[in-house]
Design a binder for this molecule. Structure first.
Ligand code: GRG
Length: 303
């Protein structure tokens, strides 16, 4: 897995590497073993999840959890759950009936490596496993809080969150969207799960309501910045660097921040969103340093 650019502090690099390694170990343990029946399905689930991806959502959950003094073992569970939901969305998004892509995280997509039916089931299996983990492990002292966390992820992943955003996306191909329409699509499609990652990490610990609202504000803006940068990278980075097919948005005539604003203005917008996100963390001082560093990672990344 690639590390952050040299521009990041050694302390952040070290933190990120420790958490990437930890995620790989925990995900490997939480996923069904490859020799458990049905073996081909479990092998495909492990193929989809392990050994790739930037793990931005888990990093956000860990950073928010640290801010809220949460038990790391609890945050670990929500970090896995959001990564499993995210990976399921990638596997389904790559299917021929959706984005029809052959490369993901630097390797053949699940339906190419296995087959379409298996890829569909991989997504279904990962989705169920995410909720199984949230129900199975203790996440909060108050059981009502735990139920609230399960519902939070369900809403973020569902038709009023990520899946709804995907529906809007599919309906908008070839159409000219306004900036507010594009923003609304991404608030749902990618923003909802990014927000859930921050919220779930924080809810594993203790924070005043006003502080939770501050984190939510941070998460909303960093989710949007993530998408603007994703659009910029799709336009200017190579397939080899991204580990997924570059330049697809323009070829598919998809509305993006770059198609609407141009590259320079899109880059400027990502910076502005990063600043809005970081401003929301001001009252936390140094306790929010990891979240700030992840905000920089999201905006400055090259992959
Ligand atoms: C439910 C089918 C379905 C889709 C939901 C999130 C989503 C909608 C589809 C994913 C497709 C996609 C390319 C979205 C654009 C932004 C995005 C989520 C990019 C991939 O996320 P990264 O960069 O990926 O965090 P890694 O591989 O690093 O985890």
């Amino acid at each position: 897995m690639s590390g952050p650019d040299a521009a990041f502090s050694p302390a952040f690099e070290d933190w990120a590497h420790r958490h990437w390694a930890r995620m790989e170990e925990v995900l490997g343990r939480m996923l069904p073993a490859p020799d458990i029946s049905p073996m081909r399905l479990h092998q495909a689930m492990r193929y989809a999840v392990l050994g790739g991806g930037k793990r931005i959502r888990p990093l956000l959950a860990f950073a928010a959890g640290e801010l809220a003094d949460a038990h790391p073992e609890r945050v670990e569970v929500v970090a896995c759950a959001v990564e499993l939901i995210h990976t399921y969305s990638l596997v389904h998004d790559d299917l021929p009936c959706m984005d029809d892509d052959v490369l993901r995280r630097g390797k053949p997509t699940v339906h190419v490596e296995f087959d379409e039916a298996t890829a569909l089931l991989v997504g279904d299996g990962l989705h169920s496993l995410a909720f199984q983990l949230l129900a199975q492990y203790p996440l909060a002292d108050d059981p009502h809080r735990q139920l609230e966390m399960v519902a939070l992820l369900a809403v973020a992943a569902g038709s009023r969150g990520m899946v709804g955003g995907q529906a809007i996306d599919l309906a908008s191909v070839g159409r000219q969207l306004t900036l507010p329409e594009l923003e609304s699509m991404h608030v749902h499609k990618t923003g909802a799960l990014i927000r859930a990652s921050v919220m779930l990490g924080a809810l594993c610990g203790r924070l005043a309501e006003a502080d939770v609202a501050r984190l939510d504000h941070f998460a909303k803006f960093i989710g949007l910045a993530f998408q603007v940068v994703d659009d910029v990278l799709d336009a200017e980075a190579s397939t080899a660097t991204l580990g997924k097919t570059a330049g697809k948005d323009a070829r598919q005539n998809k509305p993006t921040y770059v198609s609407l604003l141009g590259l320079n203005e899109a880059r400027r917008l990502a910076q502005e969103m990063r600043e809005d996100a970081i401003a929301a963390l001001e009252p936390f001082g140094d306790r929010a340093r990891r979240l700030k560093e992840i905000a920089d990672f999201i905006v400055l990344r090259r992959f």
